[in-house]
Design a protein around this ligand. Structure first.
Ligand code: NPQ
Ligand code: MG
Length: 367
């Protein structure tokens, strides 16, 4: 097939509660939605960039620029495009994996809709529903945190992830463990806020029986993570460091982690995400699916990925209501701590045109 045009929207979705991490606080998601118009129909993707470069070097206006000035002209000039060929077509452009991932995903969605096949079937899903967790931002107080965790557990979430930073780590983890008991599946995410100098402080966390400690150090500090992994008994999980299948291979070889959080956008799309999954499976390393405050379009594709065999830990794929009162697709709901994997063609979800219209702040068509 050929890509004839790419349509792009910027939209603002208010969050139900502000989401604060060690790096940044957001009270809305500014989403970049793309639609690839091909000779075999249209396909959609949610570009997982944030509004600014606070978690990742890529961000919304940078992604828009590289998509408009470089990636779309290369894609529309290519004589025959399939999702499996998109990375090769775009290879002359360095980096910008999230922008490339959005285009690959939109092409894949178009391709699969034309073939009446779901993302889940194409990727190799072995489950039709997946257990999910919730990521809890840094709140104003311990009491507020306990209240939030209690609410999420009542809703049925299967595991809880606390965002931590220096000064907000041992205390909140101890308080949640104390209040909800040893049976709670609990983990912590530092979003790069520490250095190896804090190793003894991080070793204090061993007493709380965490499932894992996610990304304590800088994204490029594989050696620091490898050193920490030797010093603490809590499993070290990498997120920001896993930028490609090759980076995942290096992390495993160095012993920098024993669990991986796969963010499909950051590794360059769902095909690369599957490659990271397969690599980890071959090494006996469990993976789980990360979250980037996706709209329903991104959430649907993540659910399909999380249905693969080696996604053995609940992901950050919460119900729509965890983030949004109004999404651009019909909402995903929690059923007994699980979310159903969409079974329809492509991502299996349809964008609601009136909501898209109402939330859009910018719209363009690229050739
Ligand atoms: C993480 N996500 O695991 C990320 C961090 C994160 C659910 O904890 C806009 C785009 C806002 C990406 C906020 C979760 C974001 C974002 C947080 C990523 O580290
Ligand atoms: Mg993380």
């Amino acid at each position: 097939m050929k890509v004839e045009a790419v349509e792009l929207w910027v939209l603002r979705l208010p969050l139900v509660t502000p989401f604060r991490t060690s790096q940044h606080s957001d009270d809305e998601r500014v989403a970049l939605l793309v639609c690839a118009h091909t000779t075999e129909g249209a396909g959609w993707a949610d570009c997982a960039v944030g509004p600014g470069p606070f978690y990742e070097p890529e961000f919304l206006s940078g992604a828009r620029a590289v998509i408009a000035e470089y990636l779309v002209p290369m894609l529309t000039a290519a004589p025959a495009v399939t999702a499996a060929r998109v990375q090769a077509v775009l290879a002359p452009i360095k980096g910008h994996q999230m922008a490339k991932a959005a285009l690959e995903t939109a092409v894949l969605d178009a391709e699969l809709r034309a073939r009446h096949m779901s993302f889940a079937t194409y990727l190799g899903a072995v489950r039709d529903r997946v257990p999910v967790g919730v990521s809890v931002g840094i709140p104003g107080s311990l009491a507020e945190l306990i209240g939030q965790v209690e609410g999420y557990l009542e809703q049925g979430y299967r595991r809880v992830k606390l965002k931590i930073e220096p000064g907000w780590d041992t205390e909140p983890i101890a308080a949640v463990r104390d209040r909800f008991g040893p049976g709670l599946a609990l983990q912590a995410d530092a979003n790069t806020a520490y250095t190896l100098a804090s190793a003894s402080r991080l070793r204090d966390l061993d007493q709380f029986g965490l499932l894992l400690l996610e990304q304590p150090f800088a994204a490029d500090d594989l050696l620091g993570h490898a050193e920490l992994a030797r010093l603490i008994s809590t499993p070290v999980c990498l997120d920001e460091s896993i930028t490609s299948p090759r980076a995942a291979a290096a992390a495993l070889r160095l012993g920098a982690c024993s669990v991986i959080n796969i963010k499909p956008a950051r590794v360059g799309g769902y095909l690369a995400a599957r490659a990271v999954h397969d690599l980890c499976a071959a090494h006996g390393v469990p993976v789980w699916c990360g979250g980037m405050l996706e709209t329903g379009v991104g959430r649907a594709a993540n659910l399909a990925l999380a249905a693969l065999e080696n996604f053995t830990l609940p992901g950050d794929i919460s119900a729509t209501a965890r983030y949004y009162a109004q999404d651009i697709t019909p909402p995903f709901v929690l059923e007994d701590g699980h979310i159903a994997v969409p079974a329809g063609p492509g991502t299996g979800v349809e964008v609601l045109p009136d909501v898209l219209d109402r939330l859009t702040t910018h719209h363009e068509i690229l050739h």
